[in-house]
Design a protein around this ligand. Structure first.
Ligand SMILES: Nc1ncnc2c1ncn2[C@@H]1O[C@H](COP(=O)(O)OP(=O)(O)OP(=O)(O)O)[C@@H](O)[C@H]1O
Length: 311
């Protein structure tokens, strides 16, 4: 990439390190970039270091070492200059809890020189049905949507969204995704954390997978899920997968991902493999449906990278 284009990152984090007391490092050399006009999704298991990273970029926390630039500035030293240019979605919106939802949003808008139209934003995010409800009485999903509106109302150049659709009903989730796409189209950089693979797959231009305080993969959802396809089919649950494995070329692994859903991985899927599977099914009196290659999902990639052990 050209040098001046590289200078144009919305967020640049290089070799970030942080530990709490004597514990294991929470951030262990984390490096990534988020570009303007793109949605960058930070994915990672619980405790991977996503919130800490975002907190450092927002100037709310400090790293032990490493370099952080937000819109070319230092998030702590230049906090005053960054405040009007960066939208932050805090879980509680950072708002007074005793006022109505719309009043809180209007108040925040009044602090910006050229805010978005509050009524239109409230409409887009479905805030009007609880406009007069006091912030402290909002449901979790209503609070999320208000926090999102608060992050966007000042027309930021960069917005940090912490799990923007966690706990939202499907309608609200779609509305939030539409709004994210709109602000991206307007050139805003969006950095979000999420546990929803579908959210990352559908919304993110760039995915950064974080584990143990390090970046373990980056790329577009398409890049990350490209690669050798597996063969998948459906049939009755409990087939003898070891027997099918023996019928296939060396390296093949057959697993029953969920009852009745089988995947053959570890070998190239070619017509002979498809024929071997269907022949094996025929000789075992097994009716198989939808035998064919399938692309890996982002969730498959995520689990491969970060393992299946609970954190
Ligand atoms: N103030 C703190 N003091 C001590 N440890 C902390 C503190 N804040 C975070 N941690 C630890 O740092 C690690 C990373 O936490 P962080 O919140 O950044 O993870 P995360 O990737 O955002 O996780 P989640 O997906 O659960 O939100 C965790 O092990 C957490 O316990």
């Amino acid at each position: 990439m050209a040098k001046d284009a590289r200078a144009d990152a919305a967020v640049e984090v290089v070799d970030l390190r942080k530990s709490y007391r004597a514990g294991a490092p929470v951030l262990d050399g984390l490096t990534f970039r988020a570009e303007r006009g793109r949605v960058t999704a930070l994915l990672g298991p619980n405790g991977a270091g996503k919130t800490t990273t975002v907190g450092i970029c927002e100037g709310l926390q400090r790293a032990d070492s490493g370099r952080v630039r937000v819109l070319g500035l230092d998030p702590v030293a230049d906090a005053g200059a960054l405040r009007p240019r960066v939208g932050v979605m805090l879980q509680d919106g950072g708002l007074p809890t005793g006022v109505g939802a719309l009043e809180a949003l209007r108040h925040l808008a009044s602090l910006h020189s050229d805010p978005l139209d509050v009524g239109a934003l409230a409409e887009r995010l479905g805030l009007t049905s609880f406009a007069r409800t006091r912030v402290r009485r909002l449901s979790g999903g209503q609070r999320q949507r208000l926090a999102m509106a608060c992050a966007l109302v000042g027309r930021p150049e960069l917005v940090f969204l912490d799990e923007p659709s966690a706990g939202l009903d499907p309608q609200a989730r779609l509305a939030v995704w539409d709004v994210v796409r709109e602000v991206r189209a307007a050139g805003v950089a969006v950095v979000l954390t999420t546990h929803l693979m579908e959210e990352a797959e559908r919304l993110a231009d760039d995915v950064v997978v974080v584990d143990h305080g390090r970046v373990v993969a980056t790329g577009s959802p398409d890049d990350l899920t490209r690669g050798p396809a597996a063969l998948s089919f459906r049939s009755r649950p409990g087939l003898p997968t070891a027997s099918l494995t023996r019928a296939l070329p060396a390296g093949a692994e057959v697993s029953e991902l969920e009852p009745g859903r089988y995947v053959v991985a570890g070998i190239d899927v070619d017509p002979r493999v498809v024929a071997t599977v269907t022949n094996w099914c025929a000789s075992h009196d097994v009716l198989a449906e939808g035998v064919g290659p399938v692309r890996r999902t982002l969730e498959d990639v995520f689990l491969d990278l970060t393992g299946r052990t609970l954190r």
